[in-house]
Design a protein around this ligand. Structure first.
Ligand code: PMP
Length: 393
């Protein structure tokens, strides 16, 4: 039943169906777009294209409405319990979203002697902006201490017990990632609020979780965070799209950037269509599908001695903390350089990422190959990839 559901969804991606000899395995970098998103782009550009917020005619008004409706669409997608008390700001992607918070909001929130927690093993987009904010404040005589987020060795998620020893009353801001972009593990951020207390602001980089697993900021939901940042383009909207959702309960209001010029209206149109598509497809089922494919790949790799799988515990020994991988599996060959392995795989039609994956300063020092999946990927692609990898073992 899940297989029939997946076949019907895969058929909605023209770039996938028109390249039967290729397997796109780089969705953590950017996702492919379903026909519904392509249609929304075409419809917007042929029926209503105008600038937002400055017209007295129908197209301009419709575009202004589209931007406002998309803010509400983002709130709905995140199960925002109180849309009156949140802000949604559109960006070009997760990097710009995190940078905007660091530049336009964080400096006003922090005082001399405050501490911030930075996850230096996560994507550099969730490391560098916070260090830059610290530098900027230091130039103004405001000294902020940066503490590195501790990680658990075995499971790869955040070590909330070690964090409890590290965090104190001056811990005001914690940068978090929902799903790790190299290891694919859920970082279990729901444990963090209790450790840092009710006053600290939590900022969540959801670049690898939006569109892959349920993300809910509802009261009874798991995520008592203050910011959610994501890439629209990894969630099947156009390149150059992303958003910041901000709960306005703690700290100064998030009012980014002053005059921001012409918004990416066509990108915003694509974002509404993409979030509609994902909700209709069913995030729960997408999660089941990509977790199962990643598990199949991990299990296959585990039997090939030539490969080392990176990140969270991969042994199935009794009692070991085994993390599910949310559609991301990263590995290296013990003898073949990862760049070369990427070329070899492409000669067999597999499009993967092979490098250092933009990890922060505490990241892997040697390159690796990352396979990242979405709902259009198939069991057959995984099995074909495993047989090519086995032939190189
Ligand atoms: N954070 C994480 C966890 C990511 O995986 C990525 C993309 N690789 C980013 C941030 C940056 O996203 P964007 O490309 O939208 O700027």
């Amino acid at each position: 039943e899940l297989a029939a559901w997946q076949r019907a969804l895969r058929a909605q991606f023209p770039i996938i169906t028109s390249h039967p000899d290729l397997a796109y395995l780089d969705s953590a970098a950017t996702a492919q777009k379903p026909q519904a998103v392509l249609d929304a782009v075409q419809t917007y550009l042929t029926a209503t294209n105008a600038n937002a917020g400055r017209g007295t005619y129908t197209w301009a008004n419709r575009t202004t409405d589209l931007v406002e409706q998309t803010r509400d669409r983002v709130r709905l997608f995140l199960h925002d319990p109180d849309p009156e008390q949140s802000a949604v700001h559109f960006t070009s992607g997760a990097t710009e979203g995190l940078r905007t918070i660091a530049r336009d909001w964080l400096p006003a929130f922090l005082a001399d002697g405050d501490e911030i927690i930075v996850p230096a093993g996560d994507h550099q987009a969730n490391v560098a902006p916070w260090l830059e904010a610290q530098q900027l404040l230091a130039g103004q005589g405001v000294h902020v201490h940066v503490r590195p987020m501790p990680y658990q060795q075995s499971s790869g998620d955040y070590d909330h017990t070690a964090l409890a020893d590290l965090a104190g009353p001056r811990t005001r801001f914690v940068a978090l990632t929902h799903v790790h972009h190299v290891y694919g593990g859920n970082m279990n951020v729901h444990r963090i609020r209790q450790v840092v207390g009710p006053e600290a602001v939590l900022c969540l980089d959801a670049a690898q979780s939006i569109g892959h697993l349920p993300v809910s900021v509802a009261e009874q939901g798991e995520l008592d965070v203050d910011f959610v940042v994501f890439s629209g383009h990894k969630a099947m909207a156009l390149p150059g799209t992303g958003a910041v959702w901000a709960r306005q309960a703690r700290g100064p209001a998030f009012t980014p950037g002053g005059w921001s010029g012409t918004p990416n209206t066509v990108g915003i149109a694509s974002l509404t269509a993409a979030l509609d598509w994902l909700d209709t497809a069913g995030i729960d089922r997408i999660e089941r599908w990509t977790v199962a494919l990643a598990a199949r790949l991990t299990d296959g790799l585990r039997h090939l001695d030539a490969y080392e799988i990176l990140g969270c515990q991969t042994s199935l020994a009794a009692g070991s903390p085994v993390q599910q991988r949310h559609g991301i599996v990263t590995f290296r060959h013990r003898a073949i350089d990862s760049g070369d392995l990427g070329f070899i795989l492409f000669s067999h039609g597999f499009m993967v990422r092979s490098d250092h994956h933009c990890q922060g300063s505490a990241g892997e020092k040697t390159g690796s190959v990352r396979v990242s999946l979405h709902v259009y990927n198939t069991v057959e692609e995984i099995d074909r990839l495993l047989s090519v990898l086995a032939s190189l073992a």
